[in-house]
Design a protein around this ligand. Structure first.
Ligand SMILES: NC(=O)c1ccc[n+]([C@@H]2O[C@H](COP(=O)([O-])OP(=O)(O)OC[C@H]3O[C@@H](n4cnc5c(N)ncnc54)[C@H](OP(=O)(O)O)[C@@H]3O)[C@@H](O)[C@H]2O)c1
Length: 445
């Protein structure tokens, strides 16, 4: 939904239930901009205008509809947002929240606004109601219309904004370096920490583009089951590991004896059979589940600071299709039974893969929490070598300026007794809205 507002230079929008200035240019702009759309206003604003706006569907918010005011064609009185959303859905027209201050707050607080159009009127006349641009909106255009300035702001999911800031920092301050793929990168070292809230089911699946949740889930379960045969993913039409496991890629790493589409010492091998080359191995996933449960139930705190899942084994680095990038996860159980995760990535192809890795780490936290009776709390991501490949730079502006949305919610509807037995149907992802702009990024092998 859009929000449209005119403010004085001090952010004032009204005085004694009127608009305390006259700006015919802005009135003309308001009329042409909102014509043939749905306008939503508070009861005070409606009373100050005195009639519905012609050529538009009018929705008036009131907790107690007045007996003197009756609904008519294209005029509705609504007592709650749910009712508003139903009407909006039926009309399928653009929507403008047109004030006053209570109604602006109501729709902003419910995260229903994606774009704000603000006319700044060059007056500092006294006002008693005000409008301020919330911090999670970015100015994207600023146009001088002679008697006022028209500014456009778009919503930026503040947590996803950390990612766009990281991209900005890499491009602005990164170093041009050579890399193993021969493509070349802009790299920032040791300066990247991102944090995501996982409470109340918030799931940090990026929204500036579509991150295919089914693929994230299937890849994670592939690791959790200890699988390394990439054909398992290929049979599910998931091709993210193809490039690194072709005959050519394996041969380039000296893995001539390894069948095509095999990860060898991939994440699954490390997570379920760490060190198996030496005969005795560790099942890190089962150990994590047991240790988190013990801490949660107050039985044993020995592992409270040792809840680590590692995919870095120097003994087997020469037997990996690709040594683990997201190779270290550490978990923490709070006194009140909340589970947090810190992911440490030695290397991140930021434009292509970081959003995916964040989704994987968050999903692993949700699944471990489900298995251990803990509650997901937060995800912290540290990237030491954060890089953007030079053949991704052309898409960077699209990523940086893409609209973002609030993160979706995730809940798990069934808890199998074995962590390997989750199915995609158990994952209930709700309200995933994302930007439809296509972003094309080659994978560099
Ligand atoms: N400069 C601009 O662009 C602009 C635009 C619009 C308005 N304005 C100015 O803003 C001022 C009015 O703003 P305001 O904040 O006083 O009033 P408002 O937002 O226009 O209306 C507030 C009324 O909306 C209803 N309401 C509020 N929250 C509700 C909810 N959760 N559910 C259902 N109904 C709800 C209540 O009506 P009931 O009391 O009937 O329950 C409440 O009294 C005026 O000065 C007006 O001229 C300026």
């Amino acid at each position: 939904m859009n929000l449209i507002v005119a403010t004085s230079t001090h952010g004032g929008i009204g005085w004694k239930n009127t608009i305390p200035w006259s700006c015919p240019d802005d009135m003309r702009h308001f009329k042409s901009f909102t014509m043939d759309s749905i306008v939503i206003m508070g009861h005070n604003t409606y009373k100050s205008i005195g009639h519905p706006l012609s050529g538009r569907v009018n929705i008036v918010m009131t907790r107690q509809p007045s007996k003197n005011e009756v609904e008519q064609t294209d005029l509705y009185f609504c007592t709650d947002i749910y009712h508003v959303l139903k009407i909006v859905h039926n009309y399928k027209k653009p929507v403008f929240i047109m004030g006053g201050s209570e109604i602006y707050s109501l729709f902003l607080n419910n995260r229903l606004i994606s774009t704000i159009y603000l006319s700044e009127i060059p007056t500092d006349v006294e006002c008693d109601v005000f409008f301020r641009i919330p911090s999670h909106f970015n100015l994207v255009s600023d146009e001088n219309r002679y008697s006022f300035v028209l500014k456009k702001y778009i919503y930026v999911n503040p947590e996803e904004g950390q990612y766009t800031k990281l991209i900005h920092d890499i491009v602005e301050s990164g170093e041009r370096v050579h890399d193993r793929t021969g493509v070349g990168c802009v790299t920032l070292f040791g300066n990247s920490k991102l944090e995501f809230n996982l409470q109340n089911g918030q799931y940090p699946l990026f929204t500036h583009r579509n991150i295919p949740f089914r693929h994230v889930f299937e890849e994670l379960m592939f690791f959790i089951r200890g699988e390394t045969d990439v054909n398992i993913l290929r049979n599910k039409n998931i091709h993210i590991w193809d490039g690194n496991t072709t005959r050519q890629a394996l041969d380039a790493n000296g893995l001539h004896d390894v069948p095509e589409y095999t990860m060898v010492n991939g994440y699954g091998e490390h997570w379920r059979r760490f060190g198996s080359a030496k005969g005795r191995y560790s099942d890190q996933i089962m150990a994590l589940i047991e240790n988190i449960r013990n801490i949660r139930q107050g039985r044993d705190y020995k592992f409270a600071r040792r809840l680590i899942l590692s995919s870095w084994n120097p003994d087997t680095l020469d037997r990996c299709a690709l040594p683990g990038c997201h190779f270290s996860y550490q978990f923490h159980v709070s006194q009140t039974g909340e589970l947090s995760c810190l992911l440490y990535q030695r290397s991140s192809d930021v434009a292509l893969a970081l959003g995916w890795n964040i989704a994987t780490a968050a999903l692993l936290t949700f699944i471990l929490a489900d298995q251990t009776g803990t509650i997901p709390k937060s995800l912290h991501v540290c990237v030491s070598n954060a890089h953007i490949y030079t053949n991704h730079l052309a898409e960077i502006d699209t990523i940086k300026t893409s609209r973002t949305f609030a993160f979706p919610r995730l809940y798990i509807s069934r808890t199998p007794s074995n962590i390997t037995d989750y199915t995609f149907e158990d994952m209930k992802l709700m309200a995933y809205h994302y930007n439809k702009t296509k972003i094309t990024l080659p994978m560099n092998v």
